[in-house]
Design a binder for this molecule. Structure first.
Ligand SMILES: *Cc1c(COP(=O)(O)O)cnc(C)c1O
Length: 449
């Protein structure tokens, strides 16, 4: 243990170590064990005013004793939602995967940044390997990629890359270098595309909504029509965002037909497979994404269906020309020196729009190492099996289905019940199903039948 007189005022490592031992104990008992016990509550719900009092949030000039801090940790956990609970249902969460959690704990504790090899030697190599594996599942033997802070940012970066590829001048000259551009997606696509278009200065008006069928899948003939119409109105068609697993209906857009249209018109095809991407692991069901290998970019969130925990979102590119670095790079000389004693192409930090970047590969890598790709495939298949079982039961009666669905926003109605059940999206047309796969934990999988 280091001598504490070299530390900043108020830092005491031996006491800190004791605190951490205790905190790990509390985490194990109150979250990992109780949080996954179906007989415990998902959350002890309080109205905001009461919760504020219970938490005593105010920050003061004096510090508190260790015992008090431990009490605070318990209180925080007590009133927080246990997303690992078997009765917690939401499309962003799939329960507590212990190996992934171990990866998250190590990541947090090492607290490094993913930007250069010198500060993250292990994780730079690991990220590349994980991305290579994900690309292989897409069907690419080469390409590029990066872990982004979420699918929304992955989608936005894909849009920026498409724009830069067509109009490299816009990096320097901005919007002055651009004609009015057109982006195509369906009503069912994720709202992050709207945010991305606004954030990149293209404006939400650039987005043209392509019709979807009754199951929520893009109609390729209408895409063709919309492209022609955009051109007739003087806009330049640039980008098509197809979705593999739409957020609400769980629809998989027909990628082959969409890729044909994109190829014919020379458009960038992005596939937002934020949650559906994990279906690529399943030999039985991956046909839902047939044609994905023809995409230019793919967004895939293992933190959804694969249960790695937030955040784990990959942006994958077919490009091999270093487009991402050219598009986003700024060559900061204090960080990305070109005369380092190792291969500076390992300094991947200039490919992204952040400076410091979290390590997001370890949780997925460790889980994969521990259970193997075949178990991940079984988990995905199991989700489908349960979805279909549940769907058959729901076919028996609409009423039963309604009973099973609660809106998260209505959680107040169930606060008196010992067990709370959180489910999002009561308006689903396709079924939604809790699929137990880890310690009885359920997770949501939207119907895709
Ligand atoms: C969840 C989701 C996103 C957004 O991902 P975040 O990581 O939450 O930003 C984008 N697209 C689809 C289809 C999604 O389901």
């Amino acid at each position: 243990m280091a001598e504490s007189n070299h530390l900043s005022p108020g830092w005491n490592l031996p006491a800190g170590e004791a605190l951490l031992q205790d905190v790990f104990g509390i985490v194990m008992e109150e979250i990992v064990r109780k949080g996954t016990d179906a007989s415990e509550k998902v959350c002890e719900w309080k109205e905001p005013e009461e919760l504020k009092k219970l938490l005593d949030l105010e920050l003061r000039s004096h510090g508190e004793k260790q015992e008090q801090i431990l009490d605070r940790c318990r209180t925080i956990i007590q009133y927080s939602v246990k997303t690992c609970h078997p009765r917690f249902f939401n499309q962003l969460f799939s329960g507590l995967e212990p190996h992934a959690l171990a990866g998250r704990i190590i990541t947090e504790t090492l607290n490094t940044s993913q930007y250069t090899y010198e500060i993250a030697p292990v994780f730079v190599l690991m990220e590349e390997e994980v991305l290579k594996k994900l690309r292989a599942l897409v069907g690419w033997s080469s390409g590029d990629g990066v872990f982004c802070p979420g699918g929304s940012i992955s989608n936005m970066c894909a849009l920026n890359l498409a724009r830069y590829q067509r109009y490299p001048d816009c990096k320097q000259r901005g919007l002055r270098a651009l004609p009015p551009l057109a982006i195509f997606t369906t009503q069912e696509s994720h709202y992050s595309l709207q945010k991305g278009a606004a954030f990149l200065g293209m404006g939400t008006d650039s987005i043209r909504l392509v019709k979807a069928d009754e199951r929520g899948k893009m109609i390729p003939e209408d895409l063709e029509k919309q492209i022609n119409q955009a051109e007739a109105e003087g806009a330049v068609p640039l980008f098509v965002s197809a979705t593999s697993g739409t957020t609400v209906l769980g629809a998989f857009d027909p990628l082959e037909a969409i890729a044909n249209v994109c190829q014919q018109h020379g458009l960038w095809l992005h596939v937002d497979a934020a949650w559906g991407g994990s279906v690529l692991l399943s030999q039985t069901h991956r046909h839902l994404l047939d044609g994905i290998e023809r995409a230019d970019s793919v967004c895939w969130n293992p933190h959804k269906l694969l249960a790695t925990g937030l955040q784990c979102s990959a942006l994958l590119l077919r490009d091999t020309s270093n487009l991402m670095k050219q598009c986003h790079g700024a060559q900061a000389t204090y960080l990305f020196q070109q005369d380092k004693f190792y291969d500076v192409s390992l300094d991947t930090g200039d490919k992204v729009i952040q400076c410091g970047r979290r390590v997001d590969c370890l949780k997925l890598w460790l889980m994969w190492k521990a259970v193997g790709g075949s178990a991940l495939e079984q988990r995905v298949d199991w989700a489908f099996t349960l979805t279909r079982k549940r769907y058959k039961r729901w076919e028996l009666g609409e009423q039963e289905r309604e009973k099973n669905l609660l809106v998260m926003g209505q959680a107040r109605d169930v606060t008196d019940k010992k067990r709370q059940c959180y489910v999002q999206s009561p308006t689903l047309l396709n079924p939604v199903v809790p699929s137990p796969f880890i310690r009885g934990k359920c997770f949501l999988f939207f119907g895709v039948c």
